[in-house]
Design a protein around this ligand. Structure first.
Ligand SMILES: C[S@@+](CC[C@H](N)C(=O)[O-])C[C@H]1O[C@@H](n2cnc3c(N)ncnc32)[C@H](O)[C@@H]1O
Length: 226
């Protein structure tokens, strides 16, 4: 977000700030966010396994989900942060995860794979951290073959009330850590409304405190929704 003279708001995220933030998180990420997000991650993996096939993990981070995928599936992981990806690469080597085809530095808003390359796209705790969430959602949807699923774990902020106010106040601090405090459901709702080829098929609250959700979207053939 920019003001009238084109200066970026200090409460917004950008690629450089994100890379710096996740370089700091990389050594301790699993320790801090391993157990607390485990139930959500297991639910996302189970949903991805229901479809199976070629799976793209966007914002794969330290690769904390990678050991959960079955050996028949082929996994490709991308992330903006080299430091996080180095952790993921070490995990793949240490655990001999032969189903992980590739881990690559890439921006979720500009994926370099051709359209419809994947059966499943997973993005756990990523969409609310990217500078332009709707652009990343568009790219994730572009990756899916018709009938494929996009599976997201995301923080859903409050739309109004006291929690909404607190989230707004926290935003300038929290964005330095590499994510948004404020991320109302409306952003997903408006994005889904705009797309003619994607439909939300599940929204399930997830711990901690139900402030997170598992979201599943399915991709149609173009025009099939009408
Ligand atoms: C909160 S971590 C989540 C990591 C992992 N998915 C998990 O479930 O623990 C967010 C990840 O998204 C990555 N990320 C943020 N913006 C990105 C972008 N534009 N493109 C690709 N990855 C991005 C960060 O580098 C970080 O590894």
């Amino acid at each position: 977000m920019t003001d009238a003279v084109g200066k970026k708001s200090p409460a917004e995220l950008d690629r450089v700030a994100l890379q710096k933030a996740y370089a700091r998180w990389a050594p301790v990420y699993d320790l801090v966010f391993g157990a607390i997000f485990d139930r959500g991650r297991q639910a996302a993996i189970a949903a991805a396994e229901q479809v199976g096939g070629r799976i793209l993990e966007v914002g794969v981070g330290t690769g904390i989900s990678l050991p959960g995928y079955s050996s028949q599936n082929r996994i490709i992981g991308i992330d903006l942060s080299e430091a996080m990806l180095r952790k993921a690469q070490r995990r793949v080597a240490d655990l001999s995860l032969t189903n992980v085809e590739k881990l690559e530095v890439m921006d979720a808003e500009h994926l370099s794979f051709p359209d419809a390359s994947f059966d499943v796209v997973v993005a756990n705790h990523v969409i609310s951290t990217v500078p332009h969430p709707e652009a990343a959602l568009d790219e994730c949807a572009r990756m899916l073959r018709p009938g494929g699923e996009m599976i997201l774990l995301s923080r859903i902020g409050a739309d109004r009330g006291f929690r909404h106010l607190v989230e707004r106040l926290l935003q300038p601090i929290v964005c330095r850590l590499g994510w948004r405090a404020e991320f109302p459901w409306d952003r997903f709702a408006l994005w889904t409304e705009r797309r003619t080829d994607v439909r939300l098929i599940e929204r399930r609250p997830m711990p901690p405190f139900g402030h997170f959700s598992l979201l599943r979207f399915v991709k149609f053939e173009l025009g099939a929704r009408a």
